[in-house]
Design a protein around this ligand. Structure first.
Ligand code: 5AD
Ligand code: SF4
Length: 478
């Protein structure tokens, strides 16, 4: 294993982590004296990185003597882990906070906290300070590891605002309360250096910083030992993993190491920036059996002018060439992307180019968003070319075009037998199990005629025959 010397500077000191452990002990002593075990409700908005952060928050809460509950009504502590990428997620948080005001009036001991990306924006923290006085704790992404101290202070009736911008810290050895097996999320790096002109992430999550490979691999080994079968490696731009380390493994080398871990059967990763996809990564994906043949490669727009205005640093042709390379190496690969409709400089012609790139690229699925102005980003100052009404019309048209492509792609699976990692009982039909193909497609399938119990199947990889295709998922039989 190579040494990662530079990165050591970024780690929160052992003394600081010890201080937080002392706060954990302090809070759990207080909680142990309560009549009933206190209950905590944590709600997560946004991306998988936020979900991963929430798993740490829940881990710390359990260490501090809480049990988790699934509604605010029975909670002694409510915490929202927020997302700042688009305005609608922010509005929902404010709505929920407003509703909690009455609940807190009835139950004055209740503690309310808000954390995550939204809180790294000064104007948001200021609004909460002045207008949401029932909120006890506000802390940003960089203060996550200080949650025990923040909670301890809030329990002593202080209002705590911990929103320092310390871009660039890494903390290890925090308890993690994951969802049940088989899927585990493992962050490999934090932050982003790309500064796409529409995006708030570099401002609220700071600069790219990579965890040491040994810490990542130890976490992967631990989740394998705990029975997890699939690992999702997380980062805003996983292809630049270790660029900030003096002597770290490159991303494709890290992937190979993760594949060597016994017990792990599938490895995925999110997200890749198209400009940074390397030939070595494509080759590694093609060669390593455990790496799922699935790639999420956000294109954002099909127009070169808009891509340039977005500071994406690739052209449509360069992007499509990468996609072709990926398909040459892995003809069956499942490809997905992100699209923004209504970026300020996008004209109707530019939008038509996005439609044409969707037809050309033939993604299995897209995640599409109407552009949302973010305060402090370069695109904030750009005047709009299209009306809101036109943007919504374009958005609907794009979905129609893509739905046809997605359905056609899924139709090709009918009759095939796929390896499906069984995740659980379907939410809509208790006689059906749900899981994912290697390509990440959701399959809902019947299993009763096999004579096997759901518990025996969940967490295992099974052969499932696809019998019907829908736009967003497949139906099958074990
Ligand atoms: N408005 C709309 N969508 C955005 N995204 C990021 N910032 C914005 C914004 N300001 C989308 C991009 C990105 C995905 C995670 O969110 O498509 O890839
Ligand atoms: Fe945002 Fe661009 Fe970084 Fe993705 S790569 S997080 S879109 S700035």
């Amino acid at each position: 294993m190579k040494n990662n010397i530079k990165s050591e500077n970024k780690h929160i000191s052992l003394e600081e982590m010890q201080k937080q452990s002392d706060f954990i002990a302090k809070v759990s002593t207080v909680n142990a004296q309560k009549e009933a075990v206190p209950r905590a409700f944590v709600e997560t908005y946004g991306c998988q990185q936020n979900e991963s952060d929430s798993e740490k928050i829940k881990g710390m809460l359990l260490d501090m003597g809480y049990e988790m509950c699934s509604d605010t009504g029975s909670a002694d502590l409510v915490l929202y882990n927020t997302c700042a990428v688009r305005e609608n997620a922010e509005l929902r948080v404010f709505g929920n906070l407003g509703a909690l005001k009455h609940q807190k009036r009835r139950k004055p001991d209740m503690l309310i906290g808000v954390c995550g990306c939204m809180m790294q924006q000064e104007h948001i923290a200021d609004t909460i300070k002045s207008k949401y006085k029932h909120v006890d704790m506000v802390f940003g992404t960089h203060a996550l590891y200080r949650f025990p101290q923040i909670l301890s202070e809030a329990m002593e009736n202080q209002r705590v605002f911990d929103i320092e911008d310390e871009s660039g810290s890494i903390f290890e050895n925090i308890s993690v309360q994951r969802d049940k097996p088989p899927l585990a999320k493992v962050p490999i790096m934090y932050g982003c250096n790309n500064f796409c002109t529409y995006c708030i992430v570099p401002y609220v999550r700071g600069r790219e910083r990579s965890r040491n490979a040994e810490d990542i691999l130890n976490e992967c080994r631990a989740v394998a030992d705990a029975g997890y079968k699939e690992i999702m490696l997380l980062g805003q731009n996983v292809n630049s993993y270790s660029n900030d380390l003096s002597d770290g493994l490159k991303f494709h080398e890290l992937l190979r190491e993760v594949c060597r871990i016994d017990g792990i059967e599938r490895v995925r990763f999110m997200t890749s920036h198209p400009k940074d996809i390397s030939d070595e990564l494509i080759q590694t994906m093609a060669e390593e059996k455990k790496i799922c043949k699935q790639l999420h490669l956000p294109i954002q727009s099909g127009s070169d002018k808009v891509l340039s205005d977005m500071n994406r640093r690739y052209t449509r042709a360069q992007y499509l060439e990468k996609l072709a390379k990926v398909r040459r190496a892995m003809p069956d690969i499942v490809l997905t992307t992100d699209i923004i409709v209504g970026f300020p400089t996008e004209t109707q012609n530019d939008f038509n180019e996005t439609l044409s790139v969707l037809k050309e690229a033939e993604y299995d699925m897209i995640f599409s968003f109407i552009y949302s102005k973010r305060r402090g980003t370069p695109a904030e100052k750009l005047p709009d070319s299209l009306t809101d009404e036109q943007k919504h019309k374009n958005f609907d048209e794009m979905l129609k075009v893509q739905n046809e492509i997605s359905k056609r792609k899924n139709d090709a699976y009918v009759g095939r037998t796929e390896d499906v990692l069984v995740e659980g009982v379907s939410k809509t039909n208790s006689e059906t199990l749900t899981g994912r193909t290697e390509g990440g497609k959701v399959v809902n399938f019947s299993y009763l005629s096999s004579g096997l119990q759901a518990d025996e199947l969940i967490g295992t990889i099974q052969k499932v025959k696809v019998v019907q295709a829908q736009t967003w998922s497949l139906l099958g039989e074990l």
